[in-house]
Design a protein. Structure first.
Length: 284
């Protein structure tokens, strides 16, 4: 076989292997994705959602005095959701921020070991036993959500899970349960979009005629209604409607097989090292 034929063969082999490692999974064929509708006309900035999240996931108590209209805060390893305050045309608007749980998440598509995983129900979760610490998820997320515990001996990726474990028990996300103003509504994306359109139709002067997250980056699990244009509230409006994995699909299918095998090898070495360290600490 000549050099050109060899390279072509590697490319074909790589393409056949990629669905196991780098291609975004085809989920949701049988189940409708669930999500949360955030109505910014109802949010009063009480931060009950942030306290509920911290209590549910054993996170540090959030600083309720940290809201500053001059600074847009981002989530962190110790706070998976937060409230930012904006003043637009003499109106005070509070905006909840957390993982958007994209329909086709860039973080999950970029993760070579499927540690970031789009569940059939809709939430995007992180699986510790599969993570090799590459942090590709952080680089790929258009909303800058996954956070890495740089200061921990055994670091984790931290982000909102949409309370996936609670959903499996038939409950709602903690933030939705504790919202006293009903600014948060949980349901299937179809139900939420119908409800959002109904609110816009019945109150045309109260809302911008757009549901943020209905189409952005292929659609997201968290969707928003707003009384003012979203760009005035720190939302990215330059993302387009195409999911991020679609932009790289053709390129990824041409990656040689060696690059598809390298991440699993690194993960195996990582797990072996952890086992050795644990054995030494345990005296075995």
């Amino acid at each position: 076989m000549d050099r050109r034929g060899f390279i072509k063969t590697l490319g074909v082999m790589g393409a056949s292997a990629l669905p196991l490692s780098t291609k975004a999974e085809n989920v949701g064929d049988e189940k409708e994705f669930v999500g949360v509708l955030v109505d910014l006309t109802r949010c009063v900035g009480c931060q009950s959602c942030t306290e509920a999240c911290a209590e549910t996931w054993d996170l540090p108590e959030p600083d309720l005095d940290a809201i500053d209209g001059d600074k847009i805060r981002n989530t962190s390893t110790e706070q998976w959701t937060l409230i930012n305050r904006f003043e637009v045309d003499d109106e005070e608007i509070f905006v909840k921020k957390q993982c958007m749980h994209c329909n086709q998440p860039a973080c999950a598509a970029a993760c070579p070991t499927k540690a970031l995983y789009k569940t059939e129900e809709g939430p995007v979760i992180w699986r510790e036993d599969k993570c090799m610490g590459c942090r590709f998820c952080m680089i790929s997320c258009p909303f800058e959500i996954p956070k890495f515990e740089y200061d921990k001996a055994v670091p984790k990726i931290q982000k909102c899970r949409m309370c996936f474990e609670k959903l499996q028990e038939g409950e709602q996300p903690a933030c939705v349960e504790e919202c006293p103003e009903e600014a948060l509504m949980f349901g299937t994306r179809r139900e939420l979009i119908e409800e959002a359109n109904t609110r816009i139709y019945n109150n045309t002067d109260d809302y911008v005629h757009q549901i943020y997250g209905e189409h952005e980056v292929g659609g997201t699990g968290y969707m928003y209604l707003s009384p003012v244009p979203f760009e005035k509230l720190g939302f990215r409006t330059d993302l387009g409607t195409k999911s991020y994995p679609e932009y790289t699909k053709n390129f990824l299918y041409s990656v040689p097989l060696v690059l598809t095998l390298w991440p699993p090898l690194l993960l195996a070495l990582n797990k072996a090292t952890k086992r050795d360290d644990e054995s030494e600490e345990g005296g075995y």
